[in-house]
Design a protein around this ligand. Structure first.
Ligand code: CMP
Length: 224
């Protein structure tokens, strides 16, 4: 579990002693699948690192539709925006599997960053990476069709959660088809059609909450 924590951007630049000190000021907590950690609009005072499981970061439109900003897994951090840009939580965080977290109060995080530019740089790198990704998502919403976005989402999930086996890359994303559609920003029907098309071409095999990518190259080309 410590190894997972050490992958988090907050810990990247720390030596063992400093990492142990930071860890000592963090608190562990757990959620069952489907439970909400906090909601968009809440006021927040903690940042979190995922230790086990996966969470979805979602937003709801005024008419009740849901969009997913991201799926985060072990070693990934969230909940710091409301500290760096003081304001309410920018997304609702829900466990998509049973999950464990280590959390740090915003107050402790601020104290920790003061005088540790390397740690602050780690967090800036994470924020920059997210902005880059968010720009890609916007461009894809404008320029790419739904199958292209589905292909891209599958590849992104494969990069983070995939395991290579003889018959391809097994991606246990733990998402329902509805959640996959919310992640891609399209209707469930359109996303299902794209998945069925990829399956009929032999690029992927669909399993409940999981997909096996058999032809990463062709899927990758469709994502471009
Ligand atoms: P905060 O606004 O405190 O609570 C929700 C968190 O979701 C936010 O901090 C970020 O850490 C995280 N978050 C928001 N938008 C994105 C995104 N596009 N990609 C990854 N994480 C995000």
């Amino acid at each position: 579990m410590d190894d997972v924590l050490r992958q988090a951007p907050l810990f990247n630049a720390l030596d063992d002693e400093a990492a142990a000190a930071l860890r000592a000021s963090m608190t562990e907590s757990r959620l069952r699948r489907g439970e909400v950690l906090f909601r968009e609009g809440d006021s927040g005072d903690k940042a979190y690192v995922v230790l086990e499981g996966k969470v979805k970061l979602g937003r709801t439109s005024a008419d009740g539709r849901e969009n997913l900003l991201a799926i985060l897994g072990p070693g990934q951090m969230f909940g710091e925006l409301s500290l760096f840009d003081p304001g309410p939580r920018s997304a609702t965080v829900t466990a998509v599997t049973d999950a464990a977290f280590s959390s740090l109060s915003h107050e402790d995080l601020t104290r920790w960053l003061d005088g540790r530019p390397a740690v602050a740089r780690g967090l800036l790198t994470q924020l920059a990476g997210r902005l880059r990704k968010a720009n890609d998502v916007v461009a894809d919403l404008v320029f790419s069709d739904v199958p292209g976005r589905v292909a891209k989402a599958l590849i992104d999930l494969a990069e983070r959660f995939g395991r290579t086996a003889d018959d391809g890359t097994h991606v246990h994303h733990d998402l329902t088809q509805e959640e996959l559609a919310q992640l891609v920003g399209a209707s469930r029907e359109t996303v299902n059609k794209a998945l069925a098309d990829f399956a009929s071409r032999g690029w992927i095999r669909l399993e409940p909450r999981s997909v096996v990518i058999m032809d990463l190259e062709r899927l990758g080309r469709r994502a471009r």
